[in-house]
Design a protein around this ligand. Structure first.
Ligand SMILES: Cc1cc2nc3c(=O)[nH]c(=O)nc-3n(C[C@H](O)[C@H](O)[C@H](O)COP(=O)(O)OP(=O)(O)OC[C@H]3O[C@@H](n4cnc5c(N)ncnc54)[C@H](O)[C@@H]3O)c2cc1C
Length: 599
């Protein structure tokens, strides 16, 4: 039964908001929000940026700067409102002079606590979907008619050779592919450069035992969802094949086996010069926009331990590890205690290696089943689908929670997880494994947003550690390598034939340093993290992920990446920004952040 009172509250608020916005009255807009904690998150609809304005003053500032440009503004309730614990909330639809979109509103005592506004299409530049789909066949009789296959081949032969792409995406992993698909649909000429041969190779080249840690409902690519018999946790090679199929049927202009070597920007011409090596030949491209979709897990962090050159065994970063089958009966040491460290340690153990893990600082450990049942599965699962929560609704709900309040919403979930898996945590305690639930107890999702790591989604390795099958050295630093192993800060020595550094990856602006220049990398600053002032995410508070999917301090340079959920959701936001520029729609950016950290 619809809650008519809740529906009425949402409608009344939207009506007041629309009138204040259309009157160009920023103070009236701000007064509709809760005094104290209130947040307006905007994905490109108002700001041409991804911003969260916190507090009435910041909300009034954005309204003052931007409303004149985007009005007339309209908003309506999209779905029945829900009311619980003093909060009335509903999905909404919005429209501005330039865009249509959606959003989400949460009210406390009739005032807005959180508001999300998100552009989903630009007026006059809609995707050719549904009723706008192309006919495909050209009925009638036409001399010199070209078939679809001939036209497709012509496009492939021309783009990047005799016709310049408007946009070049460096990196054809799932991020580059999802963005490429959005841009193709929007008619923005785009070339994807990928150094590996085939789409999906990034996943194929990861360690053999890897399956996605996130469930299938969370992982769909834009436009083509996985079929409903697809396994809950995709094996990595299967995902690779899906990506390869996707590139083909979405007709992406994808140059595999092509390494981007350099890029430089000519500010006067508003153009990049991108050099790439393709089939042994250097090719120069001149796009207006350059997207680095080179991966968060791309620039390996390898610790510079003294004595590395003296170690007689094998050493590799986790990104170089493929399988434990070469290490049967060998002594293997994994440095690090997050996801890759656990997966690799378990893989080595399964192959009969003698495995030790070195843990320096605490790890968030949560059993995969518990995470599914108590956290992610609430929005992404068959049960959620049964409750009418489609991927689109789940995505919007996730996007509607500003990063400022996300941690506090997770706390009760982790209380439940702690209670449910008490036995595991007690066993981990006994062997000295340091676990926690994040700096403030808010768990995995927050840690991912803050630093892109710091956790293990347990699919079995925790039991191996708790049972002593994977030996553990915890609360220690590696002091140096010796010829035969590792000397630790507690004075002990761990013998090793293989050392795997599961020590993570650097910030994505490291890619800008490699491909463009250190100066540009420093100019745009660190990528990822929200300024939570916790480990790996220094303050001050920024409220949105640094540099991801939004304008950077370097004109024409963009960063895209993250997990499959983020690739799906934010590829749309980024694609609309690129489309607007392609079409010459003015895009005055509100709230370009100050750079506080260079990497
Ligand atoms: C072990 C492991 C497990 C993971 N599990 C999950 C999971 O379960 N779910 C999930 O969503 N995510 C998972 N991730 C995170 C995963 O890295 C990302 O989701 C995904 O790979 C990001 O996609 P991407 O396209 O942004 O980057 P990548 O997949 O890293 O793709 C970047 C691409 O850029 C290419 N490239 C780099 N430099 C150049 C150049 N100069 N020229 C041309 N091409 C270049 C690379 O070859 C690569 O193909 C996992 C990561 C790791 C390492």
């Amino acid at each position: 039964m619809p809650d008519t009172t809740a529906n009425g509250e949402i409608e009344a608020w939207l009506d007041r908001f629309t009138r204040a916005a259309n009157a160009g009255d920023p103070d009236a807009v701000a007064s509709l929000f809760v005094p104290g904690e209130c947040l307006w998150r905007d994905l490109v609809a108002v700001s041409w940026n991804i911003v969260t304005c916190e507090g009435q003053a910041a909300i009034a500032d954005m309204a003052r700067a931007r409303l004149d440009d985007v009005r007339p503004f309209a908003a309506s309730r999209e779905a029945d409102a829900k009311s619980a614990d003093g909060i009335v909330e509903a999905r909404i639809r919005i429209e501005t002079r330039l865009a249509r979109g959606d959003g989400y509103l949460r009210l406390k005592d009739g005032k807005a606590w959180t508001l999300l506004t998100r552009a989903t299409e630009l007026k006059g530049h809609e995707e050719p979907s549904g009723r706008r789909r192309p006919r495909g066949a050209l009925h009638g009789v036409h001399r010199d008619r070209k078939t679809w296959a001939e036209l497709r081949r012509q496009e492939e032969e021309e783009l990047g050779i005799s016709r310049q792409p408007y946009c070049v995406i460096v990196g054809g992993g799932q991020g580059g592919i999802a963005l490429g698909a959005r841009l193709k649909r929007l008619g923005v000429p785009t070339l994807i450069l990928e150094k590996l041969e085939r789409p999906g190779d990034t996943w194929r080249k990861r360690y053999k035992s890897l399956c996605l840690h996130d469930p299938v409902w969370y992982d769909h690519l834009p436009y083509i969802p996985f079929p409903d018999h697809w396994p809950v946790f995709s094996p990595k090679d299967k995902l690779g094949d899906w990506l390869e199929m996707y590139v083909k049927v979405m007709e992406l202009d994808y140059w595999g086996g092509t390494t981007c070597e350099r890029a430089s920007y000519d500010a006067a011409r508003g153009e990049w010069t991108v050099t790439a090596l393709r089939g042994g030949k250097t090719i120069t491209l001149k796009p207006k926009q350059l997207v680095l979709a080179t991966g968060m897990s791309g620039v390996p962090n390898v610790p510079a331990f003294p004595g590395r050159e003296t170690f007689a065994g094998e050493q590799m970063h986790s990104s170089g590890f493929t399988s434990g089958d070469h290490y049967v009966g060998k002594r293997c040491v994994v440095v690090g205690s997050n996801n890759s460290a656990h997966d690799i340690a378990a893989d080595l153990w399964e192959h009969g290696a003698d495995v030790a893990m070195i843990q320096r600082s605490p790890t968030i450990v949560v059993r995969s089943d518990s995470l599914m049942e108590l956290a992610i599965g609430q929005n992404y699962s068959e049960d959620a689908l049964d409750r009418g929560i489609t991927t689109e609704i789940a995505d919007l709900t996730m996007a509607s929670v500003p990063y400022r309040i996300a941690p506090q919403r997770s706390l009760p979930v982790y209380d439940q997880i702690r209670a449910r898996d008490r036995d595991l945590y007690e066993r981990l305690d006994k062997v000295g494994f340091q676990y926690h639930f994040g700096a403030d107890g808010s768990g995995i999702h927050t840690s991912y947003i803050r630093r892109g790591s710091g956790y293990y989604i347990d699919v079995g390795a925790s039991d191996l550690i708790a049972d002593g099958k994977i030996a553990l050295k915890s609360r220690v630093e590696v002091e140096r390598l010796t010829r035969t192993g590792l000397r630790l800060s507690d004075g002990s020595e761990v013998p090793a034939d293989l050392i795997v550094y599961a020590t993570g990856f650097g910030s994505m602006n490291g890619w800008a340093a490699q491909l463009i220049s250190r100066e540009v990398a420093d100019k745009v600053g660190k990528c990822w993290g929200v300024g939570s002032d916790t480990a790996g995410d220094p303050g001050p508070w920024e409220g949105e992920l640094r540099n991801m999917w939004k304008p950077t301090r370097q004109e024409g340079l963009w960063f895209h990446g993250g997990n499959l959920f983020q690739s799906r959701v934010y590829s749309l936001t980024l694609a609309l920004q690129l489309k607007a520029r392609f079409e010459g729609v003015p895009t005055p950016v509100y709230g370009l952040p100050v750079v506080h950290h260079t990497g």
